[in-house]
Ligand binder design. Structure first.
Ligand code: NAD
Length: 364
């Protein structure tokens, strides 16, 4: 075994069905009295449920969370938190709401309890992306990691099938050591740790790793499919929180941040192409990926294409507003900041990758 250094992320996780009911215990355990509940305007109803579970004992509900965590919304939420005397924040929602919770918590030191309702995985990472003046900046700090995460599968039942599909692929893109050499990469000097390789390796290990499946799209009200997806999202989010990132996330960040494209949908369009780009340099990982993707016939990219077809997701970013003339601009941005990747980042093949993602051509 090579030498390594590893920092485990310390958050507490409560997982199950109906676990929202455990929130009062968690609040008592942390000795909190007055949490501010955060949500998007679309999830005010779920924020009200949190308030009801806490018998009205909240500082208030701030229901203006939005994509990409704009700092002017954070400022407004901070003012409200202060005016209401909040001693903590509870974010109920997807990555957008959790991002707002992280932004408030890192500025104030207030404890942050997350109740995730998508598969985006932000609750398990020490990463915060914020937007100011049209520019999205990302930072990483252990203090950003939420202290407590309550996964309640019941709260995910309302996530529409199409959003579940793209959010699920977003989770797959986080599956670090599983796809580690492909889309998220530990720096070459930082090998996988025993913890990671023994916990996360999907095929042979004690932890049950759900196989990628289109079941939720076929039957959105399946509690067992939803439960598997949320559990997988936790595993994948933990991977994301433990490793560095390379081509897949860098491209998604460039495309999402610079052209205001939707997060999960962008991940879904980019993932097969990012894997295909690195494929020549990672034969072992490609074989393992092919093994876990049903219908791959030994070809991981084919397996991913089969899965995406069954998920009925859009494949082209032109469908989300990316323009053909943006392809060159995106390629320039994508190669401007060097980072580690299994295959060298070269402008022409990256431009062609982005063009294919724009057009929605399947990866090969
Ligand atoms: P989102 O949070 O923007 O949610 C999308 C929409 O779905 C919202 O309107 C939301 O209210 C609604 N929604 C969420 N859960 C629902 C449910 N169960 N039922 C009905 N509606 C529901 O989308 P997302 O993909 O979860 O998050 C995207 C954001 O998270 C981006 O800003 C991205 O940068 C960030 N993110 C950050 C990290 C990180 O580690 N920092 C990781 C992943 C995503």
């Amino acid at each position: 075994m090579d030498a390594f250094e590893y920092n485990a992320n310390p958050s507490r996780v409560v997982f199950g069905s109906g676990t929202l009911q455990k929130l009062p215990d968690e609040i008592a355990r942390l000795q909190l009295k007055s949490p501010l509940v955060l949500s998007t305007p679309q999830q005010i109803g779920q924020a009200e449920s949190v308030k009801n579970v806490l018998k009205g004992q909240v500082a208030g509900i701030f229901g203006e969370a939005t994509m990409h965590t704009p700092t002017h919304i954070t400022d407004k939420a901070l003012e409200y938190a202060k005016a209401q005397g909040a001693d903590s924040v509870i974010s109920i929602g997807g990555g957008s709401t959790i991002g707002l919770g992280k932004a408030i918590s890192i500025r104030t030191g207030l404890p942050h309890i997350c109740i995730p309702t998508t598969y985006a995985g932000s609750e398990m990472t020490p990463i915060l992306g914020e937007t100011a003046d049209g520019l999205k900046k990302t930072r990483s700090d252990p203090k950003i990691l939420p202290g407590t995460v309550i996964y309640d599968v019941d709260l995910t039942m309302t996530l529409p099938a199409n959003m579940s599909a793209t959010s699920g692929v977003n989770a797959i893109a986080h599956a670090g050591p599983f796809l580690r050499p492909i889309c998220i990469q530990l720096k070459p000097s930082t090998p996988a740790t025993p913890t990671q390789s023994s916990i996360w390796w999907p095929l042979k290990e004690p932890v049950h790793w759900p196989a990628p499946s289109p079941e939720i799209v076929e039957n959105p009200s399946s509690l067992s499919a939803r439960s598997n997806a949320l559990y997988g999202a936790w595993l994948c989010g933990t991977c994301l929180g433990s490793v560095g990132m390379s081509i897949h996330h860098k491209l998604c960040h460039t495309l999402g941040g610079s052209f205001n494209l939707p997060h999960a949908e962008t991940h879904t369009a980019v993932l097969p192409h990012a894997i295909s780009y690195n494929a020549p340099n990672i034969p072992d990982a490609m074989n393992k990926l092919a093994e876990v993707l049903p219908g791959s016939n030994g070809d991981a990219i084919h397996g991913l294409n089969v899965l995406l077809a069954k998920l009925k997701v859009k494949r082209g970013l032109k469908d989300y507003g990316l323009k053909e003339e943006d392809v060159d601009k995106a390629a320039d941005i994508a190669v401007s900041n060097p980072y580690w990747n299994p295959r060298a980042i070269e402008r022409e093949p990256i431009r062609e990758l982005i063009r294919r993602v724009w057009a929605g051509e399947p990866a090969n």
